[in-house]
Design a protein around this ligand. Sequence first.
Ligand SMILES: [Zn+2]
Length: 103
Amino acid sequence: MKADIHPKYTTDAKFTCSCGAVYTIGSTKEAVSIEICSQCHPFYTGNEKILDAAGRVEKFKARQASAAAVVAAKKAPKAPVKATPAKEASEKATPAKAKTSKK
Ligand SMILES: [Zn+2]
């Protein structure tokens, strides 16, 4: 090895995970912060972990719930007109009008 060109290697570098786990590993750096490790990664823990900043999961679940409500409404016997909300009634009425206008 050529002298004075290689980084100093230490065997007690502290790798700190965002979950709080600390590992002592050999490295050229003394301290490194990591985002995920075997203590908190879903592959090892078996727990589902979703990093969702934009609320996409909530939007998807809301859409799923509304779709299930529509399916349930279609399957259920016809309820009186007063029981259905005005919004759903208008949504149902619009496609029917579109179909009749095309024919
Ligand atoms: Zn971790």
